[in-house]
Design a protein around this ligand. Structure first.
Ligand SMILES: [Zn+2]
Length: 317
């Protein structure tokens, strides 16, 4: 497979599209898509794959905003990559950054034997989906074949760019994890390393190499841009770059100090607050049990939420 000139049509067949998902809930929808991949023998280990996907979702929702989510996991697949697409007319709560429901789920499972594959694929998807006219065509597709033909158009070409699309929050999260890891007690190291590895799997090797270099040298690698000023070197960045960064989720590089530049996240979401709270708790009584407990609580809370949602839809009917 020549990665330089690929289209989404190469990975996707109409049989891998569910035009109307039965599921109304995030976890169920992901399972429904996985089941279809199992049926088509595109993946073999459903449970492992599901666990990986959920671990990744817990780290940060894979919803991109504008009604689209790209849940994903790196697992040994039969082939190099397995994708499934599901559409939901009603929309599914995916804890999206813009808090909008998700109408289109693009599930990607990729093989660890091809490093960087997902990063390329993701960049191609993000580049296509950022355009409102493309999203409209996807959302307005009248049937599976029409949806398939729009998705097939997505090109994966990999030009070198001065920005990395839609990965800023992920890189910031990696930095937070690496900083926490330095001070964390032994029993938390494993969990933090797991989270760090999960993020690293998705990012380009050259990006990570520079990130690690900056972390080693300065203790941090990512700086926010506030009012056009790099918060690391306190110098103004070009107005062109400043306006491009503002409010975006793209990563740039400061021409003065070489740090990765990102836009500060807008109003923090409740999920973020919860995370902050958890962080504080960890500082008090740190321990692996605590993390595990909070994970279990999260899953329990989700199951409860799903139940309620089901009950309420039943009531409506
Ligand atoms: Zn700077």
């Amino acid at each position: 497979m020549n990665l330089r000139e690929t289209s989404f049509g190469e990975f996707l067949k109409p049989s891998q599209i569910i035009f109307e998902l039965k599921s109304k809930d995030k976890l169920e929808a992901i399972e429904e898509l996985l089941d279809s991949l199992v049926k088509q023998k595109l993946i073999t280990n459903k449970n492992l794959t599901l666990t990986r996907i959920i671990d990744r979702e817990n780290l940060e929702s894979t919803a991109l905003g504008h009604g689209i989510a790209v849940p994903h996991a790196r697992v040994d697949t039969e082939g190099q990559i397995a994708v499934a697409v599901g559409r939901s007319a009603e929309g599914i709560d995916f804890e999206a950054p813009d808090q909008k429901p998700v109408y289109l789920i693009i599930l990607v499972i990729w093989n660890p034997s091809i490093p960087g594959l997902f990063n390329h694929l993701f960049a191609g998807l993000a580049r296509f989906l950022i355009r409102p006219e493309n999203r409209d065509r996807l959302f307005n597709a009248r049937d599976k074949n029409e949806l398939y033909s729009v998705l097939s158009e997505i090109q994966f070409s990999f030009p070198r760019e001065d920005k990395i699309i839609n990965r800023a929050s992920l890189l910031k999260k990696l930095q937070d994890i690496e900083i926490r890891k330095r001070k964390a007690p032994k029993e938390m190291q494993k969990e933090l390393q797991k989270q760090s590895d999960l993020i690293r799997e998705e990012l380009d090797a050259s990006l990570l190499a520079r990130f690690d270099l900056l972390m080693d040298r300065y203790g941090y690698a990512v700086a926010e841009v506030i009012d056009g000023v790099c918060q690391s070197c306190n110098l103004n960045i070009s107005t062109q770059m400043a306006s491009a960064i503002e409010g975006s989720n793209d990563i740039y590089v400061c021409e003065n100090c070489g740090k990765y530049l990102i836009s500060p996240r807008k109003k923090e979401k409740p999920a973020k607050e919860k995370e902050e709270k958890e962080k504080k708790e960890e500082k008090g009584k740190a321990g692996k049990e605590r993390i595990e407990k909070s994970e279990t609580e999260k899953i329990a809370a989700k199951a409860e939420k799903a139940k309620k949602a089901k009950a309420s839809t039943k009531k409506k009917k």
